[in-house]
Design a protein around this ligand. Sequence first.
Ligand code: TXD
Length: 319
Amino acid sequence: MARSKIALIGAGQIGGTLALLAGLKELGDIVLFDVMEGVPQGKALDIAEAAPVDGFDVKLAGTQSYEGIKGADVVIVTAGVPRKPGMSRDDLLTINLKVMEQVGAGIAKYAPDAFVICITNPLDAMVWALQKSCGLPANKVVGMAGVLDSSRFRHFLADEFNVSVEDVTAFVLGGHGDTMVPSVRYSTVAGIPLPDLVKMGWITEARLAEIVQRTRDGGAEIVNLLKTGSAFYAPAASAIVMAESYLKDKKRVLPCAAHLTGQYGVKDLYVGVPVVIGAGGVERIVEIQLDKEERAGFEKSVNAVKSLVDACKTIAPSL
Ligand code: TXD
């Protein structure tokens, strides 16, 4: 059987880390694409030179041409520019929308059968624009945010309880950013829901609320520490889990920005919900019953996503 091919559009901080992780896991041959002359080539060569010592065997290449992604099985998109001081949200949207249109055209032409994972911010709007631009079926285009947000929640909880991260599961709904909805009742330690742990005296309601807030602010916490740039190790690891579930047909249940067509009362928007990822792409959207508080948080989050998508439609009416 031919080796899988993984195309990484954007060879910046996350793109480079994606290439390293995909290599270490031998998920397939890797192509890095970036508009920055030399950068994808340099990162590909650097990682290829790590392969003999690390003992992994994949081919790596860098390119400035979309032809290089031809026949990719998975495409992971991090291309775009970050928000700089003085740049409004609409300025950022305008630039990254153009990037999504270019990337979408490249995918449509050279990798129409791929499973596409978008990471570029503002995530829920960019994955929507990317799907419209590339025209691939919506179950083959998905956004990465929830795996990262829930991983952050898991880390904070494991640290708080002094238990292994392996035994902590966390459930996060809604859009990426400060309106995300970490669900307390569906997050557990070894199957014990957090509200039960409050009753058992492991944690107070107030402390739990602080951890929920820290999860919501997880991205900003890293930005404030790094000063330049945003998180990249955990975002890359999160997207790799999604790619692996597709390539190995693992059918993992993961929170992802998925295209909703009436589920949760939402139509034609990408919002973070639990989905099953297997060889068919997004094979199932898991629709849970939300309680009153979760529903209110979810709706607030959906409205935030909707206003961004509406702004995209104004900037690029053809989408
Ligand atoms: O949870 C999440 N979804 C996120 C999202 C978590 C963390 C960071 N998140 C976002 O991912 C972040 O706000 C950015 O929008 C993306 C990528 O983050 P990264 O840290 O990798 O950004 P870099 O290092 O700036 O890399 C972006 C690369 C850079 O090398 C540019 O030259 C390239 O994108 N770029 C392009 N590549 C191809 N085509 C075009 N048009 C293009 N424009 C810029």
